[in-house]
Structures are given as C-alpha cells and as structure tokens.
Design a protein around this ligand. Structure first.
Ligand code: SF4
Ligand code: SF4
Length: 133
C-alpha cells in the first residue's frame, strides 16, 4: 500500500513545474504590493526633515541648507514610514529590492536638486540636519 502511495506521489510531482526558480538565471519577479526599494523624487521636496525624523533606521539625512537628501540603502528596511509622513509625496516604495552591492559606500545616494549620485561619501557631520529620533 505504501509503495503505491509513494509511487503516485512521485508521479504527481515529477510532471509538475518546480516551485523554486533558477535564480539568478531566472529573474525573480516581485509580488504585487511588495515593499522594495525606496524611490525619491526631489521635485516637490521642501527638505522639511519630517521623513528623517520618522525613519526608525536613521537611513535618511536631510540638509535644509544644502538641499540634499541622503539615503543609506544598507540601513533602509523599506518600512514606508517616510512615504506616509512626507507632505509632498516625494517618496514611494517600488516593488523590486535594491540591487546587491559589495561595498557600503556604493549604497549611499545623494540627491541634489534633480541630480542623483550613487556611491558618494556621506556628508560631513555638522553640515546636515539629520534627524535622529
Ligand atoms: S518629508 Fe518629504 S518634503 Fe520633507 S524632507 Fe522628507 S522628502 Fe522632503
Ligand atoms: S522606508 Fe523606512 S527605513 Fe527606509 S528610509 Fe523610509 S522610514 Fe527609513
């Protein structure tokens, strides 16, 4: 009896599509509604620092004077608090995650009035209006 049960299970699964994918050869398609990479659109940003104050991971550094926004991708946990709190709707969460990186410096992004730089060093302390909780 057990032999027939096992055989029927084997036959059932042998013709099914695998439940796993051959990543990275098959790119992983994020599920709808997934919380992925934080996207910053600085056209509306007034550098009020509300997002940085709300961020539980201290992943954001906002400078009112320099009008810069730094996002530390290693710290961001894609919680979406900054998306909810921003009065200008400057943040959104994409469904795909950030690409893997091998160095910490490459995960820091600086946005300066319409330009985006990747891998730039952090702004010197004292120049920024960072918002620890
Ligand atoms: S809360 Fe919005 S408007 Fe204020 S600094 Fe953050 S992104 Fe800019
Ligand atoms: S999504 Fe969450 S962790 Fe990431 S920057 Fe916004 S508030 Fe911080």
């Amino acid at each position: 009896m057990a032999f027939f049960q096992m055989t029927s299970l084997v036959m059932k699964w042998i013709f099914r599509k695998p439940v796993t994918s051959r990543y990275p050869f098959e790119p992983r398609v994020p599920l709808a509604g997934s919380r992925g990479k934080l996207v910053f659109t600085d056209g509306n940003c007034v550098y009020c620092t509300a997002c940085a104050k709300k961020c539980p991971a201290n992943a954001l550094i906002v400078s009112r004077d320099k009008k810069t926004m730094e996002i530390d991708r290693l710290r961001c946990i894609s919680c979406g608090y900054c998306v909810d709190v921003c009065p200008k709707k400057s943040f959104s969460l994409g469904e795909a995650h950030s690409s893997p990186v091998t160095t910490k410096s490459s995960e820091l992004q600086i946005h300066k009035s319409g330009n985006e730089e990747t891998g730039a060093p952090k702004a010197a302390e004292g120049n920024s209006t960072s918002a620890p909780k």
